[in-house]
Every structure is written in C-alpha cells, then in structure tokens.
Design a protein around this ligand. Sequence first.
Ligand code: NAP
Length: 296
Amino acid sequence: MANLIDGKRIAAEINAETAGAVAELGCRHGVQPGLAVVLVGQNPASQVYVNMKAKRTLELGMYSEKHELPADTGQTELLALIDKLNCDPKIHGILVQSPPPPQIDERQVVLAIDPGKDVDCFHPFNVGKMLIGDQDGFFPCTPYGVMVLMQRCGIDPSGRHAVIAGRSNIVGKPMMALLMQKAAGANATVTVCHSRTPDIREHCLRADILVAAIGKPEFIGGDMVKPGAVVIDVGINRIEDAAAKRGYRLVGDVAFEQVEKKASWITPVPGGVGPMTIAMLLQNTLKACRASCSPD
Ligand code: NAP
C-alpha cells in the first residue's frame, strides 16, 4: 500500500515558515509583504478561491487587498487598476483570478503585470526565467507545490522517468520545465502526454513518477501505473454524489483506491496538491517583497 503524501500537513509547515519569515521581515526591516487579488465578475468558484487566498494572506501576517470588479468591467479599467497596483509600494504580488469574462484579453492582462510582482508566474518573462533555470524569478504555484511535496517526502526525481499527463500552461508545461532542470531536486527525464498522444497507458506504465493533470475524473486506473511508482494527482473534479451533503464530491484524475495498491507514494484528493498552491503563492509573495526591499 502506498505512502500518503500529506499535502495538508506539508502546506501547513510551509505556511508556518512563511509566517515566521514575514514576522522577521517586519521586525528587522519594517516591511510587510502585500498581495492584491483581483476578481472580475461573480464566478462562484473564483470567488471561493479569491476569498481563500485573501484569508490565508492575512493569517500569515501579510497585507491583503481584494479588488472585486463588476462583470462588465472593461479592459482599460482593469489595466488601469493593474497599473496602480504595479506602482503601489504596499503591494508585492498581484494576482488576477482566471478565467476573466470574455471582454477581457487575459494575455494583455498578464503582460501588464510588473514581472517583479507576477507571483502566479504567468508573465512570459518569468516563464522564460523558469525554463532557463534562473532561480531569481517565480515558479508557477501548482507545479512548484508538486516539487516541494516530493522534496519534503524525500522523493528525488534525479535520473527517474517522469511522465506528465496534461500540457496546460498552468500545470503540465511548467511541471515539465521544473522536473527536467539541471538542479538539485530535479534532473528527471520527462515525457509529456496530451489528448493527441496515442497509447497514453503505455507511457504511464513506464513512469517512475506519474503526474496527472488532465481534468478527467479517475482517468488513471491501476492498470496504468507501474508497481512502486510515485503518483501525483493534480486533478480536481466534481462528481455527483447523492450521499454527499452538497450533492457532489471531489475526486482527482487518479482512481485512488486502485492506484494506492500499486504506487509507492500517492497524493490524495482533496488534501494533496491542492493546499500547496496557495502556500507557494504566499512564498512567492514573500520572495517578491524580499527582492523589492533587498534586505541583507
Ligand atoms: P486544462 O487546461 O484543461 O488542460 C488539460 C490537459 O489535459 C490538456 O493538455 C489536454 O490535452 C490534456 N488531456 C485532456 N484529456 C486528455 C486525455 N483523455 N488524455 C490525455 N490528455 C488529456 O487543465 P489544467 O488547468 O492543466 O488542470 C488540470 C486539472 O488540474 C484540472 O482538474 C484542474 O482542476 C486541476 N488543477 C488543480 C490545481 C490545484 O491547485 N490542485 C491547479 C490547477 C489545476 P490538450 O492540450 O491536447 O487539449
């Protein structure tokens, strides 16, 4: 039976470290990291995410700003707010919750954020830095969280074959970049699969480390996993469940009950990768603050 990668516990550890560093920055340098979250429209799932991020920011002793704009906000108005936040010394990280309403050009929004405040790591400047192995920029929160989960469980990807199912800009592609880096805690040989990959099962079966990020409930079955593999489930999917209080429950992209019998390590859903995303966002905000005030 696989060992459980307890993302909830590890995220709590990271958050405690972040809170300690925030307090120290305040005492020694009189600065407080600040994160601005921007939400355009009333998408209920986005509202939940934005509220969680703002709440955790405050809990860790950071300064938090939440900007909730009406659904008909225009591009010019949103860019003006980003401009203001770029110039605001209280703000070290800016996050515009995705997806925005259709009148907003998300690419322009990403480009408008000061790369030094781009704590989501969506700006091409930071994406490029990550790809070339520059440690000065930011890493995208979810794949960064996966790397830290492995590191804290003593799982070294070096020399191992990692297979990633999914090639999105938010998860799959940066996951590939981080795993293949010539750096401690990386050095994996990486295969990336997607919807046009024939025989995805054959690829998955060759994985020492399998990262599932496709958004298909319980897609990865026990017959797709090599005995002893490390299985990281990034997926978060709602499936109907009449027995559940809310009428649905969350499952990952991995059929947990089948796969835990074959894997050496596995992340649960919920409580695996999910809690790491906000923890790494706030680590990035701390990093942005440190870089902006260059304390010794
Ligand atoms: P996405 O943008 O929809 O990308 C899905 C990827 O999976 C695409 O590359 C797609 O291939 C590939 N794919 C879809 N069906 C496939 C199939 N049958 N076989 C092989 N590949 C297939 O999704 P995402 O944003 O990366 O998110 C993936 C999952 O992770 C979702 O469940 C999402 O909710 C979850 N997520 C969780 C967190 C977290 O904090 N834990 C953060 C982000 C996302 P094509 O490129 O060919 O279309």
